[in-house]
Write a protein that binds this ligand. Sequence first.
Ligand code: FES
Ligand code: FE2
Length: 362
Amino acid sequence: MTKAVTHSLDARYYTDPEVFKIEQDGVLARTWQFAGHSSLLANTGDYFAFEMAGENLFCIKGRDDVIRTFYNVCQHRAHQLVQGQGTTRVVVCPYHSWTYELTGGLRAGPNINAVEGFDKSKICLTEVRTEIFLGFIFVNLDKDAKPMDDWFPNARKELEEWVPHFKTLKPLEIVEVPENCNWKVSVENYSECYHCSLNHPTFATGVVKPETYDIQPQGHCLRHTTECQSLDDMTYDIHSGFDHFDQYSSWFLWPMFSFQVYPGNVLNTYHWRAIDADHVILYRGWYSVDGAEDGVARQLAIQDRETTVEEDIHLVESVQRGLKSRGYVPGPLVIDPKSGVNSEHSVMHLQKWMREAVDGEP
Ligand code: FES
Ligand SMILES: [Fe+2]
């Protein structure tokens, strides 16, 4: 019996604004999303606000050193609480100055004692599930969501081995890359290396050995591994003194974040923010000890922006135009039972997760 060939997703998943709307609930509001780096919240009362899945949220550090995330909305009559980033002793609403503790409980409000039966202890900001993963703050709007270690088995343990100095790291540079394509086009492109040797000469000859590139699912993580090109030819000194210094690996955490470690234990990240059906912003983050100037990371950031990232922009934007063509019929994915670099099994896994998020569980 011949096995049915797996075809790529229908174009409407990438172009239809209705599908994008469904994704706001089906994906963005039910998965772990990156909020910011914990170094932004070094001290008690430090906070920053951000948007996610159409919601305004903020993270804030409590007196107990716990980072919490709340919907950025007052429980009185719904005014927004904080903007941008800063430090505060208590959270004060700008409308009628109700004040909240850093743990979210209502502390005081003008004249509330005049209200008979007003029970302050019943009023609290609405908290959002928050996890710190390798110093990165992730949030999940689904209060019943499974913890990140269930979604991404072993990823935390592995990353702590590959980036043993992660507690000392801060962002050195965040490169913002707007792409005129659906977020899934960009994520799929990131998640296969079938296109690498033809399109990424620098990456494929200077960093990795494409013939050894492999991507395997690990729960909802896609784990990329490869051997490196001759390490003597590397353009920087990779001898960091840590284990795994001579390896490259990455951990893509469904749906919109990836940790990459370059030889020399250089941590860098991919983070996507979906704007609408046709637009996504990709953020490339580069990290160094204390965020201090670091020639290697800076040089890699520039090289990566000018080569791999630039090359990918042209690919994904061409695909987005093609997906809108009446002449496009979704083609078969090239799935090699032995996996390997010239196989799109990783895209098959992604598309299964994408379909489940839009059409419901299978
Ligand atoms: S809406 Fe916040 S104090 Fe009234
Ligand atoms: Fe690429």
